[in-house]
Ligand binder design. Structure first.
Ligand SMILES: Nc1ncnc2c1ncn2[C@@H]1O[C@H](COP(=O)(O)OP(=O)(O)OP(=O)(O)O)[C@@H](O)[C@H]1O
Length: 321
C-alpha cells in the first residue's frame, strides 16, 4: 500500500513546546511531496484519545494512515483512542517523535530526526506489527495501555517530581548527566525506601524484598534513553519485567554512571528479570507509578499486565515482522 492520505494529530506542548517546530518541518515536507493530510491539534490532556475516536467514527479514506506527532504520551493516547473506537483496526499508526523522552522511537528503531522519521514512514510498504502493553490495576479498577513501560518505584518518583515538584522546563534544561540532574535524582533516592514486590507468573509467586525499580517494559528504554533492559524486544509477543534491588549510594552512583553511558544495569545479584505474556505485580506499600512517562499518584498496587497488538506504518531500522 502507498500512503494516500494522513490524518495528523499533533500535540503542540510535547517536547516542552518543541513539537511546534517539528510540525512546521513535517508540514513543509508533506506539502513539498504533495501528500494530502487533515490536521487535528491536541488542546488538552487526553484530547488525542477523543480525536482518534472521532476520526474513526466518521469513517476513514482508503489508503490513509494516522500520523501522530508528539511524545510517548500522545502516542499512548492515540492507541487508547483506536482501541476504544468502533473499529480499532481501521488505521495503522505512523509516528514522528517530538517529545522530551522519545523512548518509543529509540525502542523500535525509528529516527528521532523528523525528516528521517518521515522517510521511514514513507518508505513503508507493509504494516509493522508491534506489541502494546495492557494493564489492569485491581485496587483502583483502572485499565489502559503502555507503549514503553509501566514503572513502579524510583523511576516513577523521579517522573512525579519532574511533573510536579520541579518545573518540567527546569528539568529539561538539565541534560541527563549534569550535576544538577544527578543531584535531584540522588535526593529522591535518599528519600525512597526499598519495598517488597510480589511477581506472579502462571500461578507461581516470587517476592523480592528490597526493590526500588519495578518496571514492566515493552522494549529496552525508559527515562528518556536509559537502556534498562537491552534484551527486551517490542514484537516478540512477550513482556519483560525488571526488578532492581535498592543499592547503597555508592552502588547507585555506579548504576547512574552506567545508565548515563547507555550501559544496562548488569549486576545479576541485584537485578531480577522475568519474561511472560502476562504477569501480575503487587506491592504492599504505597509507591508512585509512571506509565509512558505520565505519573500516577502514590498507592498500593496490584497490576495485571498483558499484551495486545497494534499495526504501525513505520519501516523500522531494527525490527522486522
Ligand atoms: N494542548 C495541550 N495542553 C496541555 N497538555 C496537553 C495538550 N495536548 C496534550 N497534552 C498532554 O501533554 C502531555 C505530554 O505529552 P507527550 O508525552 O506527548 O510529550 P512529552 O512529555 O514531551 O514527551 P515524552 O513522553 O516522549 O517525554 C500528555 O499527557 C498529553 O495528554
Amino acid at each position: 500500500m502507498q500512503v494516500e492520505f494522513f490524518y495528523v494529530i499533533y500535540n503542540p506542548v510535547a517536547g516542552s513546546g518543541n513539537a511546534t517546530a517539528t510540525w512546521k518541518i513535517i508540514a513543509a515536507e508533506l506539502a513539498k511531496r504533495g501528500i494530502p493530510y487533515e490536521l487535528f491539534e491536541s488542546r488538552y490532556q487526553r484530547h488525542t484519545v477523543q480525536l482518534t475516536q472521532q476520526i474513526i467514527s466518521r469513517g476513514v479514506r482508503d489508503g490513509s494512515v494516522l500520523l501522530i506527532l508528539g511524545g510517548d504520551g500522545t502516542l499512548n493516547e492515540a492507541i487508547t483512542g483506536l482501541k476504544l473506537s468502533s473499529n480499532p483496526k481501521a488505521l495503522p499508526i505512523a509516528y514522528i517523535p517530538a517529545g522530551s523522552g522519545n523512548d518509543f522511537a529509540r525502542g523500535i528503531g525509528l529516527s528521532r530526526k523528523p525528516i528521517e522519521a518521515l522517510d521511514q514512514v514513507l518508505a513503508t510498504t507493509e504494516p509493522l506489527h508491534l506489541d502494546i502493553g495492557t494493564y489492569t490495576e485491581v485496587y483502583k479498577n483502572r485499565t489502559g495501555y503502555f507503549v514503553n513501560n509501566f514503572g513502579i518505584g524510583f523511576d516513577a518518583a523521579v517522573v512525579n517530581a519532574a511533573n510536579h515538584a520541579m518545573s518540567k522546563k527546569v528539568l529539561n534544561s538539565f541534560s541527563m548527566g549534569t550535576t544538577a540532574y544527578i543531584a535531584q535524582v540522588a535526593k529522591i533516592l535518599l528519600k525512597r525506601r526499598a519495598f517488597p514486590v510480589t511477581v506472579t507468573i502462571d500461578g507461581k509467586s516470587e517476592t523480592i524484598p528490597d526493590a526500588y525499580i519495578c518496571t514492566t517494559t515493552n522494549h529496552p528504554y525508559f527515562g528518556g534513553g536509559v537502556r534498562i533492559l537491552p534484551s527486551a524486544v517490542p514484537n516478540d509477543g512477550e513482556l519483560d519485567l525488571i526488578v532492581v534491588d535498592r543499592p547503597n549510594l555508592l552502588g547507585f552512583a555506579g548504576q547512574a554512571i552506567q545508565s548515563i553511558m547507555g550501559r544496562p544495569i548488569k549486576n545479576p545479584r541485584t537485578r531480577h528479570h522475568f519474561r511472560a505474556r502476562s504477569l501480575e505485580v503487587m506491592t504492599d506499600s504505597r509507591q508512585f507509578a509512571q506509565i509512558d512517562g505520565e505519573d500516577w499518584t502514590e498507592q498500593r498496587f496490584r497490576v495485571q499486565f498483558g499484551l495486545t497488538e497494534q499495526d504501525f506504518w513505520i519501516k523500522s531500522k531494527t525490527l522486522h515482522n
